[in-house]
Ligand binder design. Sequence first.
Ligand SMILES: Nc1nc2c(c(=O)[nH]1)N[C@H]1C(S)=C(S)[C@@H](COP(=O)(O)OP(=O)(O)OC[C@H]3O[C@@H](n4cnc5c(=O)[nH]c(N)nc54)[C@H](O)[C@@H]3O)O[C@H]1N2
Ligand SMILES: Nc1nc2c(c(=O)[nH]1)N[C@H]1C(S)=C(S)[C@@H](COP(=O)(O)OP(=O)(O)OC[C@H]3O[C@@H](n4cnc5c(=O)[nH]c(N)nc54)[C@H](O)[C@@H]3O)O[C@H]1N2
Ligand code: SF4
Ligand SMILES: [Mo]
Length: 752
Amino acid sequence: MASVEKTKTVAKAKTSTAAPPQKRGIPIPSPFERVHTGPLTEELLLEPGKFGLGMVPGTKQPNATTTMACGFCSTGCGLNVHLADGQAVNLTPAVNYPVNLGMACPKGWEALAALPASDRGTTPLIRTNGKLQPASWQAAMETFCDSFKSIQQKHGKDSVAFLGTGQLPSEELAFLGALAKFGMGMVHGDGNTRQCMATAVTAYKQSFGFDAPPYTYDDFEQSDVLVLVGSNLCIAHPIMWQRVLRNKNNPEIIVLDPRCTETADAATEHVALAPKSDLALLYGIANLLISKGAIDQRFIDQSTSDFEGYQSHVKTWTPEVVSRVSGISTAQLHRVADKIAAGKRVSFWWTMGINQSYEGTRAAQAIINLALMTGNIGRPGTGANSITGQCNAMGSRLFSNTTNLLGAHSFDHPEHRRKVAAVLGIEESTIPQETGDTYDKIMAGIAEGRIRGLWVLGTNMAHSWIHQSECRRLLDKLDFLVVQDMYHSTETVAHCDLYLPAAGWGEKEGTFINSERRIGLLKKVSRAPGQALADFSIFQLVANYWGCGQMFERWTDPEAAFQLLKQLTAGQPCDITGIESYRMLDEHGGIQWPYPQDNPDTGQQRRLFADGRFFHKDGKARFIYDAPQPMPEPTSDQWPFLLMTGRGTAAQWHTQTRTGKSSVLRKLYPAEVYVEIHPLDAAEMGIAPDQKVTVLTARGSVTANAFITPTVNQKQLFMPMHYVEVNQLTMAHFDPWSKQPSYKDCAAKIEV
Ligand SMILES: Nc1nc2c(c(=O)[nH]1)N[C@H]1C(S)=C(S)[C@@H](COP(=O)(O)OP(=O)(O)OC[C@H]3O[C@@H](n4cnc5c(=O)[nH]c(N)nc54)[C@H](O)[C@@H]3O)O[C@H]1N2
Ligand SMILES: Nc1nc2c(c(=O)[nH]1)N[C@H]1C(S)=C(S)[C@@H](COP(=O)(O)OP(=O)(O)OC[C@H]3O[C@@H](n4cnc5c(=O)[nH]c(N)nc54)[C@H](O)[C@@H]3O)O[C@H]1N2
Ligand code: SF4
Ligand SMILES: [Mo]
């Protein structure tokens, strides 16, 4: 059957890609040209130039400049990519893009450096006699499908799963989720956004009735008080920080972070609270605001429910109690409350210092509660604002088809299944009725032997998942591991049975959604090396070899997929049915959701909740609260230090597969792993600057260079996550609601 299908598809693909305009022997596609129009075949792949280079949409000029969204962080800056013969040669920050206004951080400037590396995958690799050996796409696809199908036959359809990422465009994420769950019969799939955003998603859903970060970046400039909780904006979102610097109100900037980060240093008030005392401290601030009468009773009455319960819950969190728990003086607690009370436009922002916690969801909701009780939401310069991490974490929240059904729907909702089936033109019965396991449960499933096949894309989990040695043991326990990545050299690829070479940012089309809900466009400005393919094309291949290609006939190319995603959002809070095309996104400098077809607000800046109505049925936001929990692994005589982890510099991106390729960026951070330690602790232990020390936890030990600095408090340590060693030390524990790993608290000791 396979061979008959193949002959057919070659013929179809050949006619549809015939005679593109030629330039120096390389076909140049028309604007937004389809990656290809039929299922890929071996023969098609090997023909040079079928996946030819990008062009400036609308100009038909191969030597010109085109604007696209950056592929690193969720700020979503616009970058002007300069082309020669249709191929990217350089880039500069886009001046007219509403996000970055002509600025970019070092990663953005160096984004093209990640593409031409010598460890780029150029062919599929199949593990044969213990070694990964080059193979054809046909052999790779047959191995993939045969292996997964035979696992499913023996152990049930749900014995294979996938793990995706917040770094693929929405069109690819949706295709992956639809293919895996509807086409291949998987039930379980999740992504690295679990490590990152799950807490904010859960908090918003419970509090607002929908996962809806309400802000627009202009709010950074409009506030008179900004409260940043567990967010190192200067390092992790440098261009958002630049937006703060453009604020003309001489704002109060209050930073809650145990460390004196670059951001805390630049703040007007640094609250160096004890790690994980946020919940108690935020309840204490709420209590103080109530006692000072600094609440917006009208807003509370009209737009929220259960304020009375909250009021009595926080009563016990007196300044004295909070001071004992957090180490913050009662005077500073009063000062912070007074500053919030005095603010006319107070915005609250949070990132991983809150999300990555064993009680992150409740801590995020304690921030939301502050915004609600003071009426600081829905107006310029206000909001309870979660800052996202990866370039398309927000897209994955809506479209990854992991724990939400496509378009922020629910798997267990019959109406929702019917709607999705109709839009995609598939049988409703192919849509699972259960939500599927989260990342942590998928890992537990591997340990239990319940999950035996895994497809990992766009995440380097053997470096980034919590408690690394256990993660790697589980990867090796799998019957079959497929890894799809730009590079064949990652720590995760080293464990796989099959490697699929993927095109990266700049080598394919699609859309990302940034932190302020802005949908930005990606363009193909460079040709992927060798036989590497856009993830979108790989999904088409898998669908065809699996035998479910007919289910995905509507997914001809990224823009066609975008049209499907649009229809899926109809009637949802994230409705984008008014966005006509990629070209419209291009012309508008990205468009924020919602943008419904009927009567959209066409302004370039948009925030939610201006009408004081939330997404729960009664239109009200909820106060949600709980008792703070003890730290699962507190420090002790044997383990006297608390180890925190996070971002190191603006020049390093996660597991460094991309940023590590730039010689410019490599000059901006230490080559070897280091541990931040307080000068008094170092003196007590006789540790000299840069001396090699051993950092130990109950999970492992790591040799690191001592970086003696008062940015950490005594008996606290900090290590940047970019070095592969760091997750050998972290302890697998999770927020009970969001299942997000708590990466920033475990007990450690230092040996010299
Ligand atoms: N340069 C660079 N930028 C990035 C990334 C990158 O890898 N490199 N990654 C992107 C991604 S995916 C993400 S998710 C974001 C993350 O962005 P951030 O969340 O800003 O970065 P982190 O350094 O992980 O954590 C922020 C701060 O939380 C503090 N913290 C630790 N424990 C606590 C606590 O108990 N309470 C409080 N209040 N604070 C605490 C840490 O000291 C740290 O300064 O960055 C994005 N931007
Ligand atoms: N200790 C500790 N650990 C942490 C954190 C922490 O604060 N502390 N933070 C956590 C957070 S918030 C995050 S988001 C994670 C990030 O952890 P990871 O997701 O593992 O980090 P990346 O290095 O971004 O991995 C992305 C992978 O996708 C590949 N890739 C890039 N583009 C493409 C593409 O277009 N297609 C395909 N197929 N592959 C592509 C890259 O080469 C890389 O291997 O780390 C988490 N781990
Ligand atoms: S701030 Fe983020 S989006 Fe902007 S250039 Fe830097 S990495 Fe790219
Ligand atoms: Mo993240």
